[in-house]
Each structure stands twice: as C-alpha cells, then as structure tokens.
Write a protein that binds this ligand. Structure first.
Ligand code: NAX
Length: 325
C-alpha cells in the first residue's frame, strides 16, 4: 500500500465540497490505490456544518481515507499538503459584478497563499476553483513565499468539459470520442474554447462540425452555461464543477500522455500573454506532474483578438488587486 497523501479542501462545507469530497475519497482523482488524509478548511461560523460533512464521510467508510482533519485554521489545513483545492470563497450574488467579486474574495487568498507558503509540501499542487479563480490564484501565488509558480493553477476544466459535452451531443457520440478540446484565457464568459486541435472519433472535429454552429450556438452555450444552470436549478454549478476539479487534478497528478487539456497557469510569456498572468492554455502533463504548454500553434486574427480580450480583462483584475500582490 502507498503512503497516504495529504489533500486539503477549502470551503469544504459548501456545495462544490459536498460533491468533491466524495469523488476524492472514492479514489477517482488520485487513483484507487492511493490512501489519503483529508484536511478540510471552513470559516468559523460554518464549523458545525462541516462537522456534519465529516460525520457523513465517516459513515461512508471509504477504504482510502486514513484520517479527516476539520479546521478553521489555514495553517492546519495546509500542513504538509500534497494537493490543495481552493474552493472556499463567496459565490457571486445577483447584485454583484465581477469587480465586486474580485474585491470580496481577493483578501481570502492573501491569507491562504501565505499559509500555503508556510505549511504545504514544497511540491504541492494547488488548484484554484473559487471565483474569480484566475486572479485568486495570482494572489495566492504572490503570497506563498518559497513556492515555485509551477505549484499553482486555476480551473478552466469546467469550460472545457462543457465544450466537449456540446460537441459530443451535436455529433451523437460519447464524450470519450471527443479529444483535445481546450480553452484559452480567463474563467469568465470571454474564455475561448478552441476546436482546432480537437478530434472526434480520431478525425478532425472541424471537418465534422458546421462553422456557423461553432461560431453561434456552440460558443454562446458554453459561455453562458453557468447562468443557464443557475436559472434552471436555482443554484450554481456544483457537481459538474467538482467533477471538473477532479479531472484537472487527476491529469496533473497522473499525467495526460498525448492528450491536450486546459489549465490556467502563471504565464511565462507563451502566446504573448504577459508573464505572471494566470491564463488558460492548451497543456500536456508528463508522468512526473510537469505541465508543459503546447507551443507553436498558429494563431489566426480571430484567436489573437480573443486572447487579447482575455489578457485585457485579467490585467484589469490584476490592477484591481495590486495591493494584495
Ligand atoms: P458555497 O457558497 O456553497 O460554498 C463556499 C464555501 O466556502 C462555504 O461553505 C463558505 O463558508 C466557504 N468559505 C468562504 N470563505 C472561506 C474561507 N475564507 N476559507 C474557507 N472556506 C471559506 O459555494 P460553491 O457553490 O461551493 O462555490 C465555491 C466557489 O466556486 C465560488 O467562488 C464559485 O463562484 C466558484 N465556482 C467556480 C467554478 C469554476 O469553473 N472555476 C465553477 C463553479 C463555481 O461557480
């Protein structure tokens, strides 16, 4: 049996947490032979609810869960953590615009970034889910002293999965037949799902899909899916977000092979995205967990314009949180 890893989840008593923890505990993310210690963080007023979640996890008797720590202290939650899911933050309410969300949630990631720098494993893998996730990741990374930027990422996998779901439904194939769809940019309605590398049943997707559908219904559906779910369900995406977080971390932990996936990571200037911005790129991950951006893709004018629109938004967000960096 492998040695247990330490997996920290913030916002563990929230909606995404309620789906995510069961997927992690069952072995879907780190593998069916990888035991773990779950280290769960919540804010003090929510510790009672978190105690209920811990009772249910205990009652699920997962063979892979060696211990569960529930705490309102970030340094305890992140101690020696090998993987961290930064989910906890305030979801956007009806009266909030994006700038309000940045202001409300930014400070959370200062404290948590510091605690990660002080307490986590030096090779920790951090995925930021709480919105605005790209900029929250930027803040956490800036405050995590002593850790390399390669430890940090933000989640655009839900956007990728939504795009895959639409293509699969349109062509009447299982999602497993749809490969190498990826997303550029910010996790916002400006993100850009790119089908140029995509294959469906091993043949180029672009040869099988009508360009009017791609530029119209496809892009609109993917970009507005979050709002459509809130309208239909009366609550924001939770199970699909948890599932995307598992997909992202599983690919980071176990490698992608030749598959191309989307991860928002601190830019090193790829595709002229300014250094440091946390931006979603097409990536592969090797068996050691090293992420590499797929470089050398031809960027046409339409793609360049969309990349620039995302860069511009992320620069505005970065300026808005400058004092937190
Ligand atoms: P919930 O409100 O159900 O849960 C959030 C939990 O975080 C709450 O239990 C709250 O007490 C806790 N929390 C707040 N501040 C905290 C702190 N400082 N430390 C620890 N815990 C804290 O929201 P939920 O539906 O779970 O969504 C969580 C976050 O994910 C939101 O910011 C949401 O906007 C974001 N999402 C991101 C997505 C993505 O693709 N990147 C998609 C889904 C989701 O919208």
């Amino acid at each position: 049996m492998k040695a247990p890893i330490r997996v920290a989840v913030t916002g563990a008593a929230g909606n995404i947490g309620y789906s995510l923890l069961w997927r992690l505990a069952s072995g879907s993310c780190f593998g069916p032979d990888q035991p773990m210690i779950l280290q769960l963080l919540e804010i003090t007023p929510v510790m009672d609810r978190l105690a209920g979640v811990v009772m249910e996890l205990t009652d699920s008797a997962f063979p892979l869960v060696n211990d569960i720590v529930a705490t309102d202290d970030a340094n305890v939650a992140f101690r020696d953590a090998d993987a961290i899911f930064l989910v906890g933050s305030r979801p956007r309410s009806k009266d909030m615009d994006r700038a309000d969300l940045v202001a409300a949630n930014g400070p959370i990631f200062v404290g948590q970034g510091r605690a990660i720098g002080e307490s986590a494993s030096r090779s920790v893998k951090v995925i930021t889910v709480g919105n605005p996730c790209n900029t929250n990741c930027l803040i956490a990374r800036a405050n995590a002293k002593g850790l390399d930027g390669s430890c940090f990422s933000a989640m655009t996998r839900l956007d990728q999965n939504r795009a895959v779901g639409q293509v699969a439904a349109k062509l009447g194939v299982p999602p497993a037949q749809v490969q190498d769809v990826f997303v550029w940019g910010n996790h916002s309605d400006k993100m850009y799902p790119d089908l140029r590398l995509a294959k469906v049943s091993n043949l180029p997707a672009l040869g099988q899909l009508d360009s009017a559908w791609i530029e119209g219904e496809f892009r609109t559906t993917v970009a507005t899916r979050g709002k459509a779910i809130i309208q239909a369900r009366g609550a924001s995406s939770a199970a699909s977000a948890a599932s995307a977080a598992v997909d992202h971390m599983a690919d980071w932990w176990r490698g992608t092979g030749e598959r191309v996936v989307s991860m928002a990571i601190p830019s090193q200037g790829w595709y002229d995205v300014p250094e440091g911005l946390v931006f979603s790129f097409p990536v592969r991950v090797d068996a050691e967990g090293r992420i590499s951006v797929v470089e050398g893709l031809e960027i046409d004018q339409a793609t360049r314009d969309r990349i620039l629109a995302n860069v511009s938004d992320l620069q505005t967000e970065r300026e808005a949180v400058a004092e937190l960096l």
